[in-house]
Design a protein. Structure first.
Length: 452
């Protein structure tokens, strides 16, 4: 009898092992996100979505691009300048056209809408895979089991990954390939062989063919390559890998922007400039100090953009964290209970982001720890952050200050915190993990019960 009880306890303990807990958290996060995709319509977050095409004319948004590829079975044969979203690389839109091919049967708009909502589920798969690869990154770093479980909960229920997966644009797919590039860079750092470096190349190629800004993951990867070149004794073998990487990765990554440059004269950095017509959201007049300084106090308890008073939304840091939590204000609070929780969630989001950023920065500048990983996190996040700030000032609109442009860099803060925490095992820092868990639970509840 005692043997039977002991065996049962062992089975229960094995079932609730740290690995199993992480798997359950990832599965719960996936289920919650698919429920969210089911609950919200495909147009829930606009972000240049555009209108449905009537199959006679070309519409300028993401939907029109997908319909164009579905209808004509070839890449756009016109200059994408002044044509909305057609300047983007085609990978996500090809995926969308394949979904239309599979699920759109008929000519009525209702059937077309159903096909686009099916694309939401496909995009949500990309979102779930982002969490899976973030978990694999954390596991690759060999952090403690309790910390791994805590951070797995955070990446499983992180608010950005709910709405990023439900949006019909290329941000989620690009972010997935950027996170994959980070993971395979860590793998290559541990085992620098040709197979691993080719996986990095493939991830960067697909990231840039999803969205041109995917190339911004390259500086962090390049810093790791440079570190290995300086430290290794067998440079000849390493240079062979680098040459192979460059020959494959560089031309394919640049293929879309080179096409647009050669055929239509578009510069590599071309994006749609909305400053001329979206004057109602222009914040250029607020100046550098206001936009880069401390946010207004009101934004710390907000849950949507204050379109009537842009002074509350002109600050880059405040607006970025707000959109990290709510995008542009997509949750609907129908009761006072949820309305009361929203400011708490916002404050926790600001606190969490500050903790992640400060601890990651501290780790990168510390003398302890793996120099290559510190370079990957520091240079990778720095390149994305600097590019994002330049983008926000070059196009000083509310819509440009959005965390979806920066989440590939934000993702580096999770391993940054984990490695810092391993250097600081003091019990007082458990408060950080408790905050992370409370934030994760709130995120799960808000996106399950307040989606529309």
């Amino acid at each position: 009898m005692n043997i039977h009880k002991t065996g049962s306890k062992s089975n229960i303990k094995a079932f609730f092992s740290p690995r199993m807990i992480c798997m359950l958290l990832l599965l719960l996060g996936a289920a919650a996100r698919f429920f969210y995709a089911y609950a919200v319509p495909y147009y829930n977050t606009n972000h240049d979505l555009g209108d449905l095409s009537d199959w006679q004319s070309i519409t300028y948004g993401h939907l029109g691009y997908i319909q164009y590829l579905y209808q004509y079975h070839h890449l756009p044969d016109f200059s994408p300048e002044f044509m909305g979203q057609y300047y983007h690389p085609p990978l996500f839109y090809i995926v969308g056209a394949i979904i239309l091919q599979l699920f759109y049967h008929g000519t009525d708009n209702l059937n077309l809408i159903n096909a686009f909502e099916m694309l939401q589920y496909v995009n949500m798969v990309f979102s779930v895979l982002i969490s899976v690869f973030l978990y694999r990154i954390l596991k690759q770093l060999k952090i403690s089991e309790k910390l791994l479980c805590c951070l797995t909960a955070l990446v499983s229920f992180f608010p950005t990954l709910f709405f990023l997966g439900a949006q019909l644009n290329n941000d989620c797919l690009m972010t997935l390939f950027c996170v994959m590039a980070l993971f395979y860079t860590l793998r290559w750092h541990s085992d620098p062989n040709t197979g691993n470096i080719m996986k990095i190349a493939a991830a960067i190629i697909f990231a840039t063919l999803s969205k041109t800004s995917g190339v911004l993951i390259a500086p962090g990867v390049g810093a790791v390559f440079l570190y290995h070149l300086i430290k290794t004794k067998d440079r000849k073998a390493l240079l062979k890998q680098y040459i192979l990487f460059a020959v494959i990765c560089i031309p394919l990554s640049l293929s879309w922007v080179l096409r647009n440059l050669i055929l239509y004269g578009l510069p590599f950095s071309y994006v749609v400039d909305a400053t001329g017509y979206a004057t109602w959201q222009n914040v250029e007049g607020y100046g550098f100090a206001y936009r880069m300084g401390f946010p207004t106090l009101r934004i710390f308890t907000a849950h949507t953009i204050d379109w009537w008073d842009l002074s509350n939304s002109a600050n880059i840091w405040g607006q970025t964290i707000l959109t990290l939590l709510y995008d542009e204000g997509i949750l609907v609070f129908r009761t006072s209970f949820w309305e009361m929780l929203a400011p708490v969630f916002t404050l926790l989001g600001f606190a969490l982001s500050l903790i992640l950023f400060c601890t990651s920065t501290s780790y990168c500048f510390s003398k302890a720890g793996d120099p290559a990983i510190r370079l990957l996190i520091g240079v990778g996040n720095g390149a994305l952050l600097i590019s994002y700030i330049i983008f926000c000032f070059r196009y000083p609109l509310i819509c440009t200050m959005n965390a979806r442009y920066l989440f590939s860099g934000y993702a580096l803060l999770f391993p940054g915190y984990a490695l810092w925490r391993m250097q600081h095992p003091g019990r007082k820092y458990i408060l950080f993990e408790l905050l992370f868990l409370f934030f994760s639970i709130l995120s799960l509840l808000l996106y399950l019960f307040c989606p529309v």
